[in-house]
Design a binder for this molecule. Structure first.
Ligand code: OOB
Length: 544
């Protein structure tokens, strides 16, 4: 039988407990203690449909208690999964803490996800409910969730913010609920994916809280800090690196930006006195450009974290002067490991590396990049580029219900194969130089080539498809789909793009370019050579 969750070996778990990394506290219990310590301070500021909400820690705590009781009243708790698809609205925070207090596991979908992804998350996790919004960005999320519920038998409830049903749930009288096991799974995060559909990542209260606590410390959050969540808040980066949870942990306020564009972000930085935020490189570039013309006062901003994709040297150098703040690079993954440049690192390190791990107990191995099955002992010489393997107190030992995939995604001794190519410097800082995984990183949004290939191959006019990333000045890379047509008229590029979109996938997965070819180049063993496809495209782009 396939396991839901691969726990850390007992002796390793004992070590993490003994060293104080795992403290036996759940997120629900954390909020209780934060509410006692910071009761009247602002915890969350956000907007929904133009209305601004501000909650103190005490108000947030009470709301989370009511929502927890509401879920319990629906019979949802005790390990039940609930797909949460919310944009950056204030309710996100009490909903997630409410689910935690009820003992349920949020499954964090992104607002960009569409029918095919949502169905996969609900089915794979056997979710009991979907919690969403009525409308967002002109998309009817509630209708989509109801369609998914009709297809996935485990889904008994669809709750949309603003509906009478949700309002009733949020108005339930609070009651004491049993605190879940801190070493049990708290929620399921999404992987960027490299094979087929995204995998679900089980994170425990203990492991995640350790990374949150340390992130808050490394980023120097204090009660008078103000964190702006500019990126979609369900993502691991704005959630915990240091994110909303890091800010709450420090007693600081979180401001949720409905959109990440410079106009919205700069307005909020000025009006709320934002001190710290995190963005992906293309957004950093847009902010840098806009800062030259803005009349907003950005002087409260102390730290801009940049990560999710490689921040090039040129951009790194422009951030401080343009925005009047310091740059902090972050290289992390929903599976666990997060690296930061430190606030006291010398400038060359901050500009040229993606940081060093949170914990001295994060074990790092840089191994033979040419062997996908390299073991943790196949390490390359110091300073050489290799494939990054890691294990530690907040890095998972296996994906959720994925024994087969886990057999190759982890080494036998429990290291996660990140699929990233890195170089490690003498100070332990990592420089990310590339990837071995079949994943495309489109400005921080990750997609598995195979997932898009499968959508393309569902078209009757497509015999074969290969999706590759191509360098892009703004996004870092864009997607290009090569297709070999089936007999008859070849489908056109616009037709294939529309086809993929209409299959209900996030728009960042719709190929940016489509190239129709007669045959694919092959490798020595007869596999499609993506390396040659990329080279052909580079040549084509140069000619063009
Ligand atoms: C973050 O998490 P994910 O799960 O969306 O993506 C993880 C992957 C990494 O394995 C790496 O390939 C890439 O994203 N990545 C970077 C990077 N940060 C992430 N590649 C180069 N330079 C960087 N600075 O993206 C994430 C999670 C927590 C904090 C920050 C980012």
């Amino acid at each position: 039988m396939t396991r839901d969750h691969v726990p850390w070996p007992p002796e390793v778990a004992a070590r993490y407990r003994a060293s104080g990394h795992w403290r036996g506290q759940t997120f629900g219990a954390l909020l209780t203690s934060l509410s006692a310590a910071y009761a009247e301070r602002t915890a969350v500021v956000g907007e929904r449909d133009g209305a601004v909400t501000r909650w103190t820690f005490a108000e947030l705590d009470e709301r989370a208690h009511r929502i927890a009781a509401g879920f319990a009243g629906l019979g949802i708790g005790d390990g039940d999964r609930v797909v949460v698809q919310l944009p950056n609205v204030p309710e996100f925070v009490p909903v997630v803490f409410g689910l935690w207090r009820a003992g349920a596991l949020p499954v964090f979908a992104l607002p960009a996800h569409r029918h095919s992804e949502l169905t996969h998350f609900a089915a794979q996790s056997e979710a009991a409910a979907i919690l969403t919004v009525e409308q967002h960005d002109r998309h009817d999320h509630a209708a989509m969730a109801r369609d998914v519920a009709a297809e996935v038998p485990s889904v008994r409830h669809v709750l949309a913010l603003g509906s009478a049903e949700f309002d009733g749930l949020a108005a339930t009288a609070p009651r004491e609920l049993p605190d879940p096991d801190s070493e049990g799974v708290a929620f399921l995060q999404l992987s960027g994916g490299s094979t087929g559909l995204p995998k679900l990542i089980p994170r425990t209260h203990d492991d995640y809280l350790y990374s949150v606590r340390e992130s808050a410390r490394i980023c120097a959050l204090r009660p008078d800090s103000v964190y702006l969540a500019a990126l979609p808040v369900a993502h691991n980066y704005p959630l915990s690196s240091p994110g909303v949870l890091g800010a709450l942990h420090a007693g600081a306020a979180t401001v949720l930006a409905p959109r990440p564009d410079p106009d919205t972000a700069f307005r909020l930085i000025e009006s709320e006195g934002v001190t710290i935020t995190g963005v992906v490189p293309p957004l950093a570039a847009a902010w840098v450009q806009a800062a030259a013309r803005t009349e907003r006062d950005l002087s409260t901003l102390e730290t801009l974290l940049v990560g999710g994709a490689k921040c090039g040297r040129e951009l790194a150098e422009r951030i401080g002067p343009a925005l009047g703040c310091r740059l902090q690079q972050v290289f992390g993954m929903a599976e666990g490991l997060v690296c930061y440049t430190r606030l006291d690192d010398p400038e060359p390190i901050v500009l040229a590396t993606q940081g060093r791990p949170i914990s001295l107990d994060d074990e790092i191995r840089v191994v033979d990049p040419d062997n996908p099955a390299a073991s943790s002992t196949d390490v390359v010489a110091a300073g050489e580029v290799g494939a990054l393997l890691t294990r530690g107190p907040y890095t998972i030992r296996g994906y959720y219900r994925a024994d087969e995939h886990n057999a190759t995604a982890f080494t036998p001794d429990g290291f996660y194969r990140t699929g990233d190519l890195v170089r490690r410097g003498p100070t332990g800082h990592l420089e990310v130089v590339g990837r071995t995984k079949e994943q495309i990183n489109r400005g921080g949004e990750k997609l598995a080539a195979e997932e898009v290939e499968n959508h393309l191959m569902a078209h009757p006019g497509v015999l074969d498809a290969a999706v590759v990333g191509v360098p892009d000045e703004y996004l870092g890379e864009r997607t290009c789909a090569y297709v070999v047509p089936a007999a008859g008229a070849a489908p056109t590029a616009p037709e294939l793009r529309r086809f993929v979109r209409e299959r209900g996938v996030a728009s960042f997965k719709v190929p940016d370019l489509v190239v129709v070819v007669d045959v694919f180049p092959v490798t020595g063993v007869g596999k499609t050579s993506k390396r040659e496809l990329r080279a052909a495209l580079a040549a084509l782009t140069k000619e063009g």
